[in-house]
Design a protein around this ligand. Structure first.
Ligand SMILES: NC(=O)c1ccc[n+]([C@@H]2O[C@H](COP(=O)([O-])OP(=O)(O)OC[C@H]3O[C@@H](n4cnc5c(N)ncnc54)[C@H](OP(=O)(O)O)[C@@H]3O)[C@@H](O)[C@H]2O)c1
Length: 232
């Protein structure tokens, strides 16, 4: 066994491929999804491939779910090695700021920004205690301040905030062999990206897995796409 890896939103899209590839590398993959049925189906599908996977129900919007996961990881594995903050929503494509409704704004910020914050807050202390950890935050070019444009306010702000969280967390754990990076996967063929997207999800997930398994001399506090730093 190589270690324990948590993937949020593991039931489909990039999360599914990331969970599968981490399993293929020998990690015990904690497949978190917000519904029990999907969590069980995801873990069962990986186990059927000979991989080590367990289901866990977690809604990233709930701080108490993150705290419960931390207790479970501590009890079963003594901690956690990898956290992939993958779960995300993209609800305001094309929507102007002036048309943005409260529910869309709140759901987007809760899922894409507060969720990763709750999980980092709950899980990274266990990484600090063991002196090892790899955290990957699934970000987007829409979160780059250097490329801001009109519309898509909630998603843009959520991913810009996630980038800020990445930088803060990386600074908090500097020198502890814990890497925290934001990865833009490119435009990927998933439910979110749609069928026109040019990137294969397994290929995009391989970049996430690369960032989740960096050596000690690898980058931290970086914003990465295709395994290279890009402007914030
Ligand atoms: N696809 C792209 O082109 C692209 C580009 C840039 C960045 N990204 C980022 O990459 C990540 C994965 O995207 P994707 O394309 O794989 O999206 P996707 O196919 O739409 O999958 C999104 C995942 O997030 C989960 N999720 C949503 N809200 C949740 C919540 N409250 N609690 C737990 N899980 C929740 C979904 O679970 P349910 O099945 O329960 O809804 C699903 O597993 C996202 O953070 C996204 O912003 C994607």
């Amino acid at each position: 066994m190589r270690g324990t890896a948590v993937v949020t939103g593991a039931n489909r899209g990039l999360g599914w491929h990331t969970a599968q590839q981490l399993g293929q590398l020998g990690y015990t993959v904690v497949c978190t999804t917000r519904r029990l049925k999907e969590a069980e189906q995801t873990a069962e599908a990986l186990v059927a491939q000979g991989l080590d996977a367990v289901p866990y129900v977690l809604d990233v919007r709930l701080a108490r779910d993150a705290e419960g996961l931390a207790r479970e990881l501590k009890a079963r594995w003594g901690g956690v090695d990898v956290l992939v903050n993958n779960a995300g929503v993209f609800l305001d494509d094309g929507v102007r700021l002036f048309e943005l409704d409260d529910e869309t704004l709140e759901t987007t910020l809760q899922t894409n920004l507060l969720g990763p914050l709750y999980l980092c807050r709950a899980l990274i202390p266990m990484m600090m205690a063991r002196g090892y950890g790899r955290v990957v935050n699934l970000s987007s070019g829409y979160g780059a301040l250097s490329q801001m444009g009109p519309r898509i306010t909630a998603y843009r702000v959520s991913k810009a905030g996630l980038n800020a969280l990445t930088a803060v967390m990386a600074a908090e754990v500097a020198g502890m062999n814990i890497k925290v990076n934001a990865v833009c996967p490119g435009w990927v063929r998933t439910d979110m990206g749609g069928p026109q997207a040019h990137r294969d999800p397994a290929e995009a997930a391989s970049d996430v897995v690369w960032a989740a398994t960096l050596e000690e001399d690898g980058p931290s506090g970086a914003f990465l796409r295709y395994r290279q730093p890009i402007p914030w």
